[in-house]
Write a protein that binds this ligand. Structure first.
Ligand SMILES: [Zn+2]
Length: 571
């Protein structure tokens, strides 16, 4: 049976332990979905695997799926499929504790986890982020949302002998909330009007841009510009066809005003019922992956279209009533460029998002885009203004100054971050008041930049001591990148005392998630050890295959070890 040694004792005993062959404390955790623990038999199988792998902590997802709980709660119903009278969390705690394995109750705080309104949002529709996107996230700026989630986590802690409570999705999603409450509270706090939704839904539109713009328009008509005059949206005619260019990574960050331009254009282009095809080139996929194509597919699907992916060799055979979409395809071989040009000349319609900057030396790409060159990389808050040349990009009455927009953006971000941080602070304070030894932890974004962009201030939580440790989700498949990320975390916590790397044990195999290559898992664990990490948390249980259990139980963790717990923090 594994034992937890108090941290100060662990430090004193460490030399003795090592000389006696006793293992140094280490977090050996795995994230487990509650849906895998619906019955005692399912839980038994999971616990047996965890035990064989010599893991010492299970982080069990107990609240998600549109407000379903896998524990007995007065606030939410029991999860679907749990037999009456069975309590998955109570059973898990009992079984794990018998084997010296910790159990942390894991909550998904931000994302609702169901595509439609059900438990929680059926009673409180105003608790969802209101941005018109249709995706459901909780609005942490509202005190009653924070109170509800805090009450739920504390209820779980009070009723169950768990070793910790664990935040996840403790951030905002890709969308902002513009509800009356947010706007009014913001105005009261900062003394000036909040960011109104019209700044996103009409031109001039505020947008955070990254991207690789084309420069020097020749035949292209610029319909909208960034604040410094860089073309943002352009239309080019070639032969019988038309080309619309969105001159940045618009698939990542598309304000509703721009989405409206795309919808208007596609509406005109598809009146004859022609299909929409997405494509990329093998060279581009090898160099930059498939992310932009998949994001663009989601974007178009949300607009009500059903784009299909085709290989680039099919462009030559596409009918002239078709629409072709090239999302962030920088590398285009000459033969494909010629096929694209012929397709457009025949009357085809082409939507380019983040243009072919690595192929602009090809005359065919210059003719297709109506631009002569590649411009400079963009990464900034910006404003897109209509040039008034086309009803596809209508001018509106409101005025927007870039500096005013930036000031509002920075205060808006501050306002958003505070909502998230207030929930963490409240849960930490209440949890420690109830059970001082319990660990309050969070799964967090894996870089300081991505955390900031999601309004998640985990470095602040560590500094102000409102979290015991954080687990950045470092799911990259590149060990060098993992090493760079850990080096960045050390700027916040030099000895990784309160930062435990979360590693992925899955990978994508032709669209299907499978157990990650064991050699890669070995290399990544080695990177963590070399950097001095106090353990790992693996995502997730369902990819813990028998061969991987064997690697963990015999190679990584041949002997059992006490769970790593960071030193107690002074309040
Ligand atoms: Zn709101």
């Amino acid at each position: 049976m594994r034992v937890c040694i108090a941290p100060f004792l662990a430090t004193l005993l460490l030399p003795v332990c090592l000389s006696l062959g006793v293992q140094r404390p280490e977090l050996r955790g795995v994230w487990v979905h509650g849906t895998q623990l619906k019955t005692p038999a399912e839980a038994d199988a999971v616990v047996a695997k965890i035990d064989r792998a010599h893991l010492n902590a299970a982080f069990v997802l107990v609240w998600y799926w549109g407000g379903q709980a896998y524990f007995q709660s007065v606030l939410c119903p029991m999860g679907d499929g749990v037999p009456p009278g069975h309590d998955p969390l109570a059973y898990m705690v009992q079984q794990c504790h018998q084997r010296g394995i910790q159990v942390h109750a894991w909550f998904v705080n931000g994302s609702y986890g169901a595509p439609e309104v059900r438990n929680v949002l059926d009673q409180h529709p105003d608790w969802a982020v209101q941005d018109g996107s249709g995706t459901l996230w909780y609005d942490f700026s509202k005190p009653e949302v924070r109170r509800f989630e805090s009450d739920l986590m504390i209820e779980c802690l009070r009723k169950y002998d768990v070793d910790g409570i664990h935040f996840d999705y403790i951030r905002y999603g890709p969308h902002q909330c513009y509800c009356d409450y947010c706007q009014q509270t913001f105005a009261r706090r900062y003394g000036f009007a909040p960011l109104a939704q019209e700044y996103r839904t009409a031109f001039p539109a505020g947008v955070s841009v990254t991207g690789n713009p084309l420069a020097k328009p020749t035949t292209a008509l610029v319909l909208a510009e960034f604040y410094d005059g860089t073309p943002a949206i352009a239309l080019n005619k070639l032969g019988k066809g038309t080309v619309l260019l969105l001159n940045w990574h618009a698939e990542n960050e598309m304000p509703p005003a721009v989405a409206e331009t795309v919808k208007l254009t596609l509406g005109i282009w598809t009146t004859g019922g022609g299909p929409i095809h997405l494509t990329t080139t093998p060279a581009n996929r090898a160099e930059y992956g498939n992310g932009a194509l998949e994001t663009m597919r989601v974007c178009l699907t949300r607009m009500g279209y059903q784009p299909t992916s085709i290989p680039p060799e099919n462009i030559a055979r596409m009918t002239s009533d078709s629409v072709l979409v090239l999302p962030a395809v920088y590398l285009i071989p000459a033969v494909t460029a010629n096929h694209v040009e012929q397709f457009v000349r025949r009357g085809g319609r082409l939507l380019i998002v983040d243009g072919p900057i690595k192929s602009m030396q090809l005359p065919a790409m210059q003719r297709v885009t109506g631009f002569a060159a590649a411009g400079r990389y963009l990464n900034r808050d910006d404003v897109i203004k209509s040039t008034g040349r086309s009803p596809l990009v209508p001018k509106s009455k409101h005025v927007m100054n870039l500096w005013d927009w930036k000031r509002r953006m920075s205060k808006w971000a501050e306002f958003r971050k505070l909502g998230v941080t207030e929930l963490v602070r409240d849960v930490y304070r209440r949890a420690k008041g109830l059970k001082p030894n319990v660990q309050v932890t969070a799964a967090v974004m894996n870089t300081l930049e991505s955390a900031d962009a999601a309004y998640q201030q985990w470095p602040l939580w560590l500094r102000e001591k409102t979290i015991d440790y954080v687990v950045p989700m470092a799911y990259t498949d590149d060990p060098a990148e993992l090493s760079r990320q850990i080096a960045q975390w050390k700027k916040v916590d030099a000895s990784l005392q309160r930062i435990i790397p979360g590693l992925s044990i899955y990978q994508d195999d032709a669209g299907k998630a499978v157990t990650r290559d064991l050699a890669l898992i070995r290399r990544q664990r080695t990177v963590c050890q070399q950097q001095g990490a106090h353990g790992n948390l693996y995502f997730s249980m369902q990819y813990l295959s028998d061969p991987l259990v064997n690697v963990l139980g015999t190679e990584f963790y041949p002997a059992e070890a006490p769970v790593y717990i960071p030193p107690r923090q002074s309040p």
